[in-house]
Design a protein around this ligand. Structure first.
Ligand SMILES: NC(=O)C1=CN([C@@H]2O[C@H](COP(=O)(O)OP(=O)(O)OC[C@H]3O[C@@H](n4cnc5c(N)ncnc54)[C@H](O)[C@@H]3O)[C@@H](O)[C@H]2O)C=CC1
Ligand SMILES: CC(C)CC(=O)C(=O)O
Ligand SMILES: [Mg+2]
Length: 352
């Protein structure tokens, strides 16, 4: 089959890790007889420099037409002036909103070979297997913003329909897993969280086979570190999900390991690692490409329905995490290219 993939490399390490993921897609194409036609488009700071806009119309149009979209990361000090009129992150938010990819799936497992990298004791990491479902197109990131002379506001707004669609996804996903759903909110303080909680409670009646638990976000931040293996599917709003998943990445050993799939209705989807543009290591060829390569695996599975191909990528990554080489963020010395080469080799050795 022929597939058209739009890549949005973006800024910092974004181009480095997305180039690695594209190589993996081409290797999968060779092995399984597919053609992946790559259409690289601008987003973020790179797009601002070239066009003045963080998400040029051409990039959005290409993303809409593509079979799937793979993004690197956006942002960096060059575009971070608080007075800046246009910011790279606006491009990513605009893309998520335009595609209405409201359910951001962030799976987290702890690879046994990396357990010692975690700040937690090894025994606490046994059996950790969490699927975060982060609401991605509502809440504080998209609310009205106001800046006065000596004040600023960011509105947090959710409609019941916005909550319902993402919570339903989370219930459905829990049904395919261990049938346990933790909903995270701040219902003791926030009105949006009270609407969130009552919506979850109403929907729970339709999913009697799923055990539902509610946690306040502050205690959830603690519980993720003290009892991480207790959680199966965790659903939460945009801002809480952003913060909790970076925290949870520490359990796995590095932010550079975690992939994500952002899903909307129908074909609308976007795949990206959960990390940012990592300006502190950009341009050095040392970024960990695993989070982006695993995002490409999610792309194969969710957008192209290529399950065997996705599993082949995951198996190859698993092999490299077991045997090395490891990039620096996970205690090794390998550069991005060495990790990529090892993943490609593992793919070839596991031919289907
Ligand atoms: N989806 C996106 O495009 C995101 C963009 N950002 C943007 O990225 C820029 C930098 O933000 P930070 O707070 O520094 O977060 P970050 O996620 O870029 O980096 C945090 C830490 O993790 C490390 N790290 C991240 N990815 C890595 C990888 N693949 N391999 C090895 N180490 C890795 C970095 O070196 C850094 O020490 C900001 O402009 C921010 O707005 C932040 C998060 C998400
Ligand atoms: C808009 C992004 C920079 C937010 C973020 O950190 C993320 O999506 O993980
Ligand atoms: Mg984040």
């Amino acid at each position: 089959m022929n597939y058209r993939i739009v890549t949005l490399p973006g800024d910092g390490v974004g181009p480095e890790v997305s180039a690695a993921a594209v190589e993996v897609l081409h290797e999968i194409g060779r092995q399984f007889g597919h053609q992946f036609q790559i259409d690289e488009q601008l987003i973020g700071g790179a797009a601002i420099d070239a066009t003045g806009q963080a998400l040029p119309e051409a990039s959005l149009e290409a993303a809409r037409q593509a079979d799937a979209v793979l993004l690197g990361a956006v942002g960096g000090p060059k575009w971070s002036d608080p007075q800046a009129k246009v910011r790279p992150e606006q491009g990513l938010l605009a893309l998520r909103a335009a595609l209405q990819v409201y359910a951001n799936l962030r799976p987290l497992q702890v690879h046994p070979a990396l357990a010692e990298l975690s700040p937690l004791k090894n025994e606490r990491l046994q059996g950790v297997d969490i699927l975060f479902v982060r609401e991605l197109t509502g809440g504080t990131y998209f609310g009205a913003k106001q800046r006065g002379k000596d004040f600023a506001t960011d509105e947090c707004r959710y409609t019941e329909a916005e909550i319902e669609r993402v919570v339903r996804r989370a219930f459905e996903l829990a049904r395919g897993r261990r049938r346990h759903l933790t909903s995270v909110d701040k219902a003791n303080v926030l009105e949006t969280s009270r609407l969130w909680r009552s919506t979850v409670q109403r929907l729970a009646g339709e999913y009697p086979d799923v055990v539902v638990e509610h946690q306040l976000v502050d205690s959830m931040a603690m519980l993720l570190l003290t009892q991480p293996s207790r959680y199966d599917v965790v659903v939460t709003e945009n801002l809480f999900g952003d913060i909790l998943t970076d925290e949870a990445a520490a359990l796995a050993g590095s932010l550079g390991l975690l992939p994500s799939a952002s899903l909307g209705e129908g074909r609308n989807a976007l795949y990206e690692p959960i990390h940012g543009s990592a300006p502190d290591i950009a341009g050095q060829g040392i970024a960990n490409p695993v989070g982006t390569i695993l995002s490409a695996a999610l792309l194969l599975r969710h957008s192209l329905q290529l399950d065997a191909e996705a599993s082949a990528v995951e198996k190859a990554v698993d092999h490299v995490l077991s045997k090395g080489p490891h990039s620096r963020d996970i205690g090794g010395e390998a550069g991005t290219d060495e990790v990529l080469t090892a993943v490609l080799k593992a793919l070839r050795n596991n031919r289907h």
